[in-house]
Design a protein around this ligand. Structure first.
Ligand code: SF4
Ligand code: SF4
Ligand code: SF4
Length: 422
Protein backbone atom coordinates (compact mmCIF):
# COMPACT_ATOMS: atom_id res chain seq x y z
CA UNK A 1 0.00 0.00 0.00
CA UNK A 2 1.40 3.37 -0.98
CA UNK A 3 -0.13 6.77 -1.66
CA UNK A 4 3.04 8.57 -2.73
CA UNK A 5 3.52 10.84 0.29
CA UNK A 6 6.84 11.31 2.14
CA UNK A 7 5.40 9.85 5.34
CA UNK A 8 5.88 6.33 4.02
CA UNK A 9 8.23 5.17 6.80
CA UNK A 10 6.10 6.57 9.63
CA UNK A 11 2.53 6.05 8.42
CA UNK A 12 0.75 3.77 10.89
CA UNK A 13 -2.20 3.27 8.53
CA UNK A 14 0.11 1.79 5.94
CA UNK A 15 1.95 -0.30 8.56
CA UNK A 16 -1.23 -1.82 10.03
CA UNK A 17 -2.84 -2.30 6.60
CA UNK A 18 0.18 -4.28 5.46
CA UNK A 19 0.33 -6.31 8.72
CA UNK A 20 -3.38 -7.14 8.52
CA UNK A 21 -3.28 -7.76 4.77
CA UNK A 22 -6.03 -5.25 4.11
CA UNK A 23 -7.25 -5.32 0.53
CA UNK A 24 -7.78 -1.65 -0.57
CA UNK A 25 -10.54 -2.63 -3.02
CA UNK A 26 -12.67 -4.07 -0.20
CA UNK A 27 -12.66 -0.80 1.77
CA UNK A 28 -13.04 1.52 -1.24
CA UNK A 29 -15.92 4.01 -1.22
CA UNK A 30 -17.00 7.42 -2.46
CA UNK A 31 -14.22 10.01 -2.18
CA UNK A 32 -15.18 13.32 -0.59
CA UNK A 33 -12.45 15.79 -1.48
CA UNK A 34 -11.36 17.68 1.62
CA UNK A 35 -9.24 20.71 2.46
CA UNK A 36 -5.57 20.98 1.68
CA UNK A 37 -3.62 23.93 3.04
CA UNK A 38 0.07 24.67 2.69
CA UNK A 39 1.40 27.17 5.21
CA UNK A 40 4.95 28.29 5.81
CA UNK A 41 5.75 25.37 8.05
CA UNK A 42 3.50 22.41 7.34
CA UNK A 43 1.01 20.91 4.94
CA UNK A 44 -2.52 19.96 6.08
CA UNK A 45 -4.06 17.40 3.76
CA UNK A 46 -7.39 16.40 5.26
CA UNK A 47 -7.90 13.80 2.52
CA UNK A 48 -5.43 11.65 4.45
CA UNK A 49 -6.85 12.31 7.92
CA UNK A 50 -8.13 9.21 9.75
CA UNK A 51 -9.78 11.33 12.51
CA UNK A 52 -7.73 9.78 15.29
CA UNK A 53 -7.79 13.04 17.27
CA UNK A 54 -4.14 12.95 18.32
CA UNK A 55 -3.46 16.43 16.89
CA UNK A 56 -6.46 17.91 18.72
CA UNK A 57 -5.36 16.38 22.03
CA UNK A 58 -1.68 17.30 21.77
CA UNK A 59 -2.54 20.87 20.79
CA UNK A 60 -4.81 21.17 23.82
CA UNK A 61 -2.96 19.12 26.43
CA UNK A 62 0.73 19.67 25.59
CA UNK A 63 0.85 22.85 23.52
CA UNK A 64 -1.92 24.35 25.68
CA UNK A 65 -3.38 26.20 22.69
CA UNK A 66 -6.43 24.24 21.44
CA UNK A 67 -6.05 25.86 18.03
CA UNK A 68 -7.81 22.99 16.25
CA UNK A 69 -10.78 20.71 16.86
CA UNK A 70 -13.17 18.49 14.95
CA UNK A 71 -15.61 20.17 12.60
CA UNK A 72 -18.58 18.82 10.59
CA UNK A 73 -20.05 15.36 11.04
CA UNK A 74 -19.84 11.85 9.59
CA UNK A 75 -17.80 11.27 6.43
CA UNK A 76 -17.32 15.03 6.07
CA UNK A 77 -15.56 15.41 9.43
CA UNK A 78 -12.22 17.22 9.45
CA UNK A 79 -9.98 18.87 12.00
CA UNK A 80 -9.90 22.64 11.56
CA UNK A 81 -9.08 25.91 13.24
CA UNK A 82 -11.90 28.06 14.61
CA UNK A 83 -14.17 29.33 11.79
CA UNK A 84 -12.02 27.33 9.32
CA UNK A 85 -9.39 30.10 9.44
CA UNK A 86 -6.04 29.62 7.74
CA UNK A 87 -3.58 28.38 10.34
CA UNK A 88 -1.54 31.56 10.15
CA UNK A 89 -4.60 33.59 11.16
CA UNK A 90 -5.64 31.12 13.85
CA UNK A 91 -4.39 30.60 17.40
CA UNK A 92 -1.79 28.11 16.08
CA UNK A 93 1.74 28.92 17.26
CA UNK A 94 3.40 26.58 14.74
CA UNK A 95 4.97 24.56 17.51
CA UNK A 96 4.83 21.55 15.16
CA UNK A 97 3.58 19.05 17.75
CA UNK A 98 0.48 18.06 15.75
CA UNK A 99 2.51 17.15 12.66
CA UNK A 100 4.90 15.21 14.91
CA UNK A 101 2.13 13.04 16.37
CA UNK A 102 -0.07 12.65 13.28
CA UNK A 103 0.16 8.92 12.48
CA UNK A 104 -0.43 9.41 8.76
CA UNK A 105 0.60 12.01 6.19
CA UNK A 106 -2.30 14.39 6.91
CA UNK A 107 -0.05 16.84 8.77
CA UNK A 108 3.42 16.98 7.38
CA UNK A 109 6.28 19.38 8.01
CA UNK A 110 7.36 21.02 4.80
CA UNK A 111 11.01 20.36 5.61
CA UNK A 112 10.53 16.62 5.26
CA UNK A 113 9.35 16.97 1.71
CA UNK A 114 12.79 17.56 0.33
CA UNK A 115 13.87 14.04 1.30
CA UNK A 116 11.01 11.84 0.13
CA UNK A 117 10.89 8.13 0.73
CA UNK A 118 14.07 7.94 2.72
CA UNK A 119 14.80 5.26 5.28
CA UNK A 120 14.10 5.73 8.95
CA UNK A 121 16.16 8.60 10.27
CA UNK A 122 19.01 8.56 12.81
CA UNK A 123 18.24 10.57 15.93
CA UNK A 124 20.32 12.41 18.54
CA UNK A 125 19.02 14.38 21.53
CA UNK A 126 20.52 17.77 22.23
CA UNK A 127 19.62 21.17 23.72
CA UNK A 128 18.19 23.99 21.61
CA UNK A 129 20.86 26.70 21.20
CA UNK A 130 18.49 29.53 20.33
CA UNK A 131 17.41 30.77 23.76
CA UNK A 132 18.06 30.12 27.46
CA UNK A 133 14.85 28.14 28.07
CA UNK A 134 16.98 25.14 27.06
CA UNK A 135 14.40 22.94 25.33
CA UNK A 136 15.41 19.39 24.55
CA UNK A 137 15.35 18.70 20.80
CA UNK A 138 15.69 15.46 18.85
CA UNK A 139 17.77 15.96 15.72
CA UNK A 140 16.64 13.62 12.94
CA UNK A 141 19.31 12.97 10.33
CA UNK A 142 19.71 11.07 7.11
CA UNK A 143 21.67 7.83 7.21
CA UNK A 144 24.96 9.49 6.20
CA UNK A 145 24.57 12.04 9.02
CA UNK A 146 25.08 14.66 6.32
CA UNK A 147 22.18 16.90 7.33
CA UNK A 148 19.30 17.43 9.72
CA UNK A 149 16.04 16.46 8.05
CA UNK A 150 13.64 17.52 10.80
CA UNK A 151 13.46 18.30 14.51
CA UNK A 152 11.17 16.35 16.80
CA UNK A 153 10.76 16.12 20.58
CA UNK A 154 10.40 13.36 23.14
CA UNK A 155 7.26 13.97 25.16
CA UNK A 156 8.15 11.17 27.59
CA UNK A 157 11.68 12.43 28.23
CA UNK A 158 12.44 12.54 31.94
CA UNK A 159 14.17 15.77 32.86
CA UNK A 160 13.39 17.57 29.62
CA UNK A 161 12.64 21.18 30.66
CA UNK A 162 10.11 21.69 27.87
CA UNK A 163 8.34 18.31 28.15
CA UNK A 164 8.05 17.92 24.41
CA UNK A 165 7.05 21.47 23.53
CA UNK A 166 9.21 23.75 21.40
CA UNK A 167 8.65 27.09 19.76
CA UNK A 168 8.80 27.34 15.98
CA UNK A 169 12.40 28.55 16.14
CA UNK A 170 13.54 25.38 17.87
CA UNK A 171 11.41 23.22 15.56
CA UNK A 172 12.22 24.75 12.19
CA UNK A 173 15.36 26.91 12.34
CA UNK A 174 17.88 24.22 11.63
CA UNK A 175 18.77 25.14 8.06
CA UNK A 176 21.48 27.49 9.37
CA UNK A 177 23.56 24.42 10.18
CA UNK A 178 24.16 23.77 6.49
CA UNK A 179 23.49 27.20 4.93
CA UNK A 180 26.42 29.47 3.95
CA UNK A 181 28.92 27.31 5.81
CA UNK A 182 32.50 28.42 6.16
CA UNK A 183 34.82 25.54 5.32
CA UNK A 184 38.27 27.09 4.93
CA UNK A 185 40.20 29.75 6.85
CA UNK A 186 40.38 33.15 5.17
CA UNK A 187 43.25 35.54 5.75
CA UNK A 188 43.10 39.05 4.28
CA UNK A 189 40.27 37.99 1.99
CA UNK A 190 42.09 34.95 0.58
CA UNK A 191 41.71 31.24 1.31
CA UNK A 192 44.43 29.95 3.64
CA UNK A 193 45.53 26.72 5.29
CA UNK A 194 44.65 25.90 8.89
CA UNK A 195 48.32 25.96 9.95
CA UNK A 196 48.52 29.61 8.95
CA UNK A 197 45.18 30.36 10.66
CA UNK A 198 46.38 28.80 13.91
CA UNK A 199 49.67 30.79 13.72
CA UNK A 200 47.69 34.02 13.34
CA UNK A 201 45.39 33.18 16.26
CA UNK A 202 48.41 32.32 18.44
CA UNK A 203 49.98 35.69 17.56
CA UNK A 204 46.73 37.43 18.51
CA UNK A 205 46.69 35.67 21.87
CA UNK A 206 50.05 37.29 22.71
CA UNK A 207 48.63 40.78 22.03
CA UNK A 208 46.31 43.02 23.93
CA UNK A 209 43.24 41.21 22.70
CA UNK A 210 39.55 41.30 23.56
CA UNK A 211 37.61 38.07 22.92
CA UNK A 212 33.82 38.31 22.64
CA UNK A 213 31.77 35.14 23.03
CA UNK A 214 28.31 34.31 21.72
CA UNK A 215 25.83 32.72 24.10
CA UNK A 216 25.61 29.42 22.22
CA UNK A 217 29.12 28.32 23.12
CA UNK A 218 29.25 25.36 25.49
CA UNK A 219 30.57 25.38 29.07
CA UNK A 220 33.63 23.45 27.91
CA UNK A 221 34.36 25.95 25.13
CA UNK A 222 34.06 28.85 27.59
CA UNK A 223 36.56 27.10 29.91
CA UNK A 224 39.04 26.56 27.06
CA UNK A 225 38.84 30.21 26.00
CA UNK A 226 39.15 31.41 29.58
CA UNK A 227 42.23 29.18 29.97
CA UNK A 228 43.73 30.73 26.81
CA UNK A 229 43.17 34.23 28.22
CA UNK A 230 44.63 33.44 31.66
CA UNK A 231 47.86 35.27 32.58
CA UNK A 232 47.92 37.26 29.33
CA UNK A 233 46.72 40.71 28.29
CA UNK A 234 43.62 39.05 26.89
CA UNK A 235 40.07 39.66 28.10
CA UNK A 236 37.09 37.40 27.43
CA UNK A 237 33.61 38.91 27.44
CA UNK A 238 30.22 37.26 27.12
CA UNK A 239 27.30 37.87 24.82
CA UNK A 240 26.17 41.48 24.48
CA UNK A 241 23.13 42.12 26.60
CA UNK A 242 22.46 45.54 25.15
CA UNK A 243 22.86 47.26 28.50
CA UNK A 244 20.76 44.72 30.41
CA UNK A 245 22.30 43.45 33.61
CA UNK A 246 22.58 39.66 33.30
CA UNK A 247 22.15 39.17 37.03
CA UNK A 248 18.95 41.18 37.08
CA UNK A 249 17.57 39.45 34.03
CA UNK A 250 18.19 35.98 35.41
CA UNK A 251 16.79 37.04 38.78
CA UNK A 252 13.60 38.24 37.10
CA UNK A 253 12.89 34.60 36.28
CA UNK A 254 13.50 33.60 39.90
CA UNK A 255 16.74 31.87 39.08
CA UNK A 256 19.32 31.02 41.64
CA UNK A 257 21.40 34.13 41.03
CA UNK A 258 22.96 36.54 43.53
CA UNK A 259 20.12 39.02 43.03
CA UNK A 260 17.25 36.58 43.45
CA UNK A 261 15.08 37.62 46.35
CA UNK A 262 15.19 34.93 49.01
CA UNK A 263 12.32 32.46 49.14
CA UNK A 264 11.24 32.83 45.51
CA UNK A 265 10.44 29.61 43.72
CA UNK A 266 12.14 28.57 40.50
CA UNK A 267 10.29 29.22 37.26
CA UNK A 268 8.34 26.52 35.52
CA UNK A 269 10.36 26.06 32.34
CA UNK A 270 7.54 24.23 30.54
CA UNK A 271 5.39 27.31 31.18
CA UNK A 272 8.18 29.53 29.90
CA UNK A 273 8.53 27.37 26.76
CA UNK A 274 4.81 27.83 26.21
CA UNK A 275 5.13 31.63 26.44
CA UNK A 276 8.04 31.43 23.99
CA UNK A 277 5.88 29.62 21.42
CA UNK A 278 3.53 32.64 21.38
CA UNK A 279 6.37 35.16 21.27
CA UNK A 280 8.12 33.15 18.58
CA UNK A 281 5.05 33.31 16.31
CA UNK A 282 4.74 37.08 16.83
CA UNK A 283 8.43 37.60 16.00
CA UNK A 284 8.43 35.25 13.00
CA UNK A 285 5.34 36.81 11.43
CA UNK A 286 6.40 40.38 12.23
CA UNK A 287 3.38 40.86 14.53
CA UNK A 288 3.16 43.25 17.46
CA UNK A 289 5.02 41.78 20.41
CA UNK A 290 4.46 44.70 22.78
CA UNK A 291 2.17 42.57 24.97
CA UNK A 292 5.07 40.38 26.03
CA UNK A 293 7.16 41.16 29.09
CA UNK A 294 10.45 42.89 28.32
CA UNK A 295 12.50 40.33 30.23
CA UNK A 296 10.92 37.54 28.16
CA UNK A 297 11.81 39.35 24.93
CA UNK A 298 15.38 39.86 26.11
CA UNK A 299 15.63 36.19 27.06
CA UNK A 300 14.32 35.23 23.62
CA UNK A 301 17.05 37.26 21.92
CA UNK A 302 19.91 35.46 23.68
CA UNK A 303 21.61 32.12 23.06
CA UNK A 304 21.21 29.09 25.31
CA UNK A 305 24.24 29.44 27.55
CA UNK A 306 23.84 32.90 29.06
CA UNK A 307 23.98 31.31 32.51
CA UNK A 308 27.22 29.45 31.66
CA UNK A 309 28.80 32.76 30.61
CA UNK A 310 27.42 34.45 33.72
CA UNK A 311 28.74 31.74 36.08
CA UNK A 312 32.16 31.89 34.37
CA UNK A 313 32.32 35.58 35.20
CA UNK A 314 32.60 36.74 31.60
CA UNK A 315 29.20 38.42 31.19
CA UNK A 316 29.42 42.15 31.36
CA UNK A 317 27.74 45.14 29.83
CA UNK A 318 30.84 47.27 29.76
CA UNK A 319 31.97 46.11 26.33
CA UNK A 320 33.33 49.50 25.32
CA UNK A 321 35.77 49.28 28.23
CA UNK A 322 37.06 45.93 26.94
CA UNK A 323 37.82 47.60 23.62
CA UNK A 324 39.75 50.48 25.17
CA UNK A 325 43.31 49.13 24.95
CA UNK A 326 42.66 46.26 22.57
CA UNK A 327 44.86 45.90 19.50
CA UNK A 328 42.99 42.82 18.33
CA UNK A 329 39.34 41.75 18.70
CA UNK A 330 38.16 38.17 18.33
CA UNK A 331 34.47 37.36 17.88
CA UNK A 332 33.61 33.77 18.71
CA UNK A 333 30.25 32.53 17.37
CA UNK A 334 28.86 36.06 17.45
CA UNK A 335 29.14 39.31 15.53
CA UNK A 336 30.18 42.89 16.41
CA UNK A 337 26.50 43.88 16.13
CA UNK A 338 25.62 41.57 19.04
CA UNK A 339 27.68 43.87 21.23
CA UNK A 340 26.49 47.08 19.59
CA UNK A 341 29.85 47.78 17.89
CA UNK A 342 29.83 49.74 14.66
CA UNK A 343 32.57 49.34 12.05
CA UNK A 344 34.02 52.65 13.25
CA UNK A 345 34.32 51.42 16.84
CA UNK A 346 36.66 48.66 15.64
CA UNK A 347 38.73 50.88 13.34
CA UNK A 348 42.49 50.29 13.51
CA UNK A 349 42.15 46.93 15.30
CA UNK A 350 42.94 43.53 13.87
CA UNK A 351 39.65 41.67 13.60
CA UNK A 352 39.27 37.90 13.85
CA UNK A 353 36.05 35.92 13.47
CA UNK A 354 35.50 32.32 14.52
CA UNK A 355 32.14 31.31 13.07
CA UNK A 356 30.33 28.51 11.31
CA UNK A 357 28.47 30.60 8.71
CA UNK A 358 29.20 33.62 6.58
CA UNK A 359 27.40 36.84 7.39
CA UNK A 360 26.88 39.33 4.56
CA UNK A 361 26.55 42.30 6.91
CA UNK A 362 30.18 41.89 8.03
CA UNK A 363 31.70 40.98 4.67
CA UNK A 364 35.10 42.61 4.33
CA UNK A 365 35.19 43.46 8.06
CA UNK A 366 37.49 40.68 9.28
CA UNK A 367 41.21 40.20 8.65
CA UNK A 368 41.04 36.54 9.64
CA UNK A 369 38.08 34.14 9.53
CA UNK A 370 38.32 30.62 10.99
CA UNK A 371 35.47 28.11 10.36
CA UNK A 372 34.11 26.36 13.44
CA UNK A 373 31.58 23.59 14.01
CA UNK A 374 27.92 24.65 14.12
CA UNK A 375 25.67 24.29 17.20
CA UNK A 376 24.25 20.94 16.08
CA UNK A 377 27.73 19.47 15.68
CA UNK A 378 29.07 20.28 19.16
CA UNK A 379 29.54 18.13 22.25
CA UNK A 380 29.41 19.40 25.82
CA UNK A 381 26.89 21.09 28.10
CA UNK A 382 24.99 24.32 28.57
CA UNK A 383 24.27 25.52 32.07
CA UNK A 384 20.54 25.78 32.58
CA UNK A 385 19.53 29.42 32.85
CA UNK A 386 17.58 28.41 35.92
CA UNK A 387 20.64 27.17 37.70
CA UNK A 388 19.81 23.67 38.76
CA UNK A 389 21.33 21.53 36.07
CA UNK A 390 23.65 21.01 33.11
CA UNK A 391 21.88 20.49 29.80
CA UNK A 392 23.50 18.00 27.43
CA UNK A 393 24.69 19.16 24.01
CA UNK A 394 25.30 16.37 21.50
CA UNK A 395 26.51 16.50 17.93
CA UNK A 396 24.17 15.19 15.24
CA UNK A 397 25.29 15.75 11.65
CA UNK A 398 28.95 15.40 10.74
CA UNK A 399 30.67 18.78 10.41
CA UNK A 400 31.89 19.71 6.93
CA UNK A 401 35.54 19.06 6.23
CA UNK A 402 37.45 22.17 7.18
CA UNK A 403 35.30 23.25 10.15
CA UNK A 404 36.98 22.60 13.50
CA UNK A 405 35.73 22.47 17.11
CA UNK A 406 36.49 25.61 19.12
CA UNK A 407 38.36 23.79 21.87
CA UNK A 408 40.72 22.20 19.38
CA UNK A 409 41.42 25.54 17.68
CA UNK A 410 42.30 27.27 20.97
CA UNK A 411 44.30 24.26 22.22
CA UNK A 412 46.40 24.23 19.03
CA UNK A 413 46.98 27.99 19.14
CA UNK A 414 48.05 27.84 22.79
CA UNK A 415 50.36 24.90 22.08
CA UNK A 416 52.22 27.22 19.70
CA UNK A 417 52.77 29.48 22.73
CA UNK A 418 54.00 26.53 24.80
CA UNK A 419 50.84 26.26 26.93
CA UNK A 420 48.68 23.15 27.21
CA UNK A 421 45.01 23.83 27.92
CA UNK A 422 42.50 21.10 28.76
S1 SF4 B 1 1.34 23.55 15.37
FE1 SF4 B 1 1.08 23.46 17.61
S2 SF4 B 1 -0.34 25.13 18.06
FE2 SF4 B 1 -0.51 24.74 15.85
S3 SF4 B 1 -2.23 23.32 15.64
FE3 SF4 B 1 -0.33 22.11 15.79
S4 SF4 B 1 -0.10 21.59 17.96
FE4 SF4 B 1 -1.61 23.28 17.79
S1 SF4 C 1 -3.47 13.48 13.99
FE1 SF4 C 1 -3.59 13.40 11.75
S2 SF4 C 1 -4.94 11.70 11.30
FE2 SF4 C 1 -5.25 12.18 13.46
S3 SF4 C 1 -7.00 13.61 13.47
FE3 SF4 C 1 -5.13 14.86 13.37
S4 SF4 C 1 -4.80 15.21 11.17
FE4 SF4 C 1 -6.24 13.50 11.36
S1 SF4 D 1 11.75 28.29 23.61
FE1 SF4 D 1 13.92 28.76 23.30
S2 SF4 D 1 15.00 26.87 23.81
FE2 SF4 D 1 12.83 26.36 23.47
S3 SF4 D 1 12.70 25.76 21.30
FE3 SF4 D 1 12.23 27.95 21.43
S4 SF4 D 1 14.19 28.99 21.07
FE4 SF4 D 1 14.64 26.86 21.58
Amino acid sequence: MECGCPDIHECKLREYAIDLEVCPERVAGAHIKKEEEVNRFYVRNMDKCILCGRCVRVCDEVAGVHAIDFARRGFESVTAAQYYKDMELSECTFCGLCSQVCPVGALLERRVERLPHQDKMLTVKTTCPHCPVGCELVLNMDRERARITRITTDMDSVGSPNRGLTCLRGRYHFRSVEKDRLTQPMIDGKHAEWTEGIEKLAEALKDKTAIFLGASVTDQEISAIKAAARDRPVTAKGFGLGGVDAAELLASFDVDSPKTPKGKSKPNTADLAQKMTLLSKAVEFGKDSSGFAENLKTLYSMGANIRGLFDSGVVTHTHQEALKDAETVIFVDCSPGDFGFTKDALKGMKKILLASNTCEAYEGTFDIILPITAWAEREGTYTSAFGETKLPVHGGPSPPEGARPLRRIFAEAMRKLGVEIP
